[in-house]
Design a protein around this ligand. Structure first.
Ligand code: 4NP
Length: 162
């Protein structure tokens, strides 16, 4: 009997308290609802380590909770070892993408870095997930709209292409 290897996805933003822990929860719910929990491992991390150990921003938790997501991730910084541990590393914006590409230990590892918004199927006029930290309620709602769209696309892409 062969055991299917889990596909490991790491979502990355700046602080790991707004966008990437929300993406982690959205993706986990898609995977769970598809009955594919055993086939995936999903985590998130930040390029700035100043919030390490913290729960997601309270505003992000409140908005996510209204859509049925519980955000209980504790923030942590991205490590070089993440490139060995994960198959796909998803950047929320262009700055995240460039920093992650610079961190990649090899060209092969750099190819693991992808942009979240490349998987959007509906909200195609955005090329990044806008940082909601200094925004109002609508900024957090927009983040969740974009993440629900893009995570659905990412899930389909991985299922179609392995
Ligand atoms: P995130 O949002 O990258 O989506 O977690 C931010 C959280 C904190 C800060 C910036 C963005 N900050 O500067 O502390």
């Amino acid at each position: 009997m062969t055991t299917k290897k889990k596909h490991k996805i790491l979502f990355v933003c700046l602080g790991n308290i707004c966008r990437s822990p929300a993406a982690q929860a959205v993706m986990q719910q898609i995977v769970d609802e598809a009955g594919a929990s055993a086939d995936f491992y999903i985590d998130s991390a930040g390029l700035y380590s100043g919030h390490a150990g913290q729960l997601p921003d309270r505003r992000m938790r409140v908005h996510a909770n209204r859509r049925g997501y519980t955000l209980d991730h504790r923030a942590r910084p991205v490590h070089t070892s993440d490139f060995f541990d994960f198959d796909t590393i998803v950047a929320m914006d262009g700055s995240n993408y460039r920093q992650l590409c610079q961190m990649a230990p090899s060209p092969e590892d750099e190819r693991k870095v992808v942009r979240m918004m490349d998987f959007c199927r509906v909200a195609t006029r955005y090329d990044h997930v806008p940082d909601p930290y200094y925004e109002g309620a609508e900024g957090f709602e927009l983040v969740l709209d974009l993440l629900q769209d893009a995570c659905r696309g990412l899930f389909e892409e991985i299922n179609n292409n392995g």
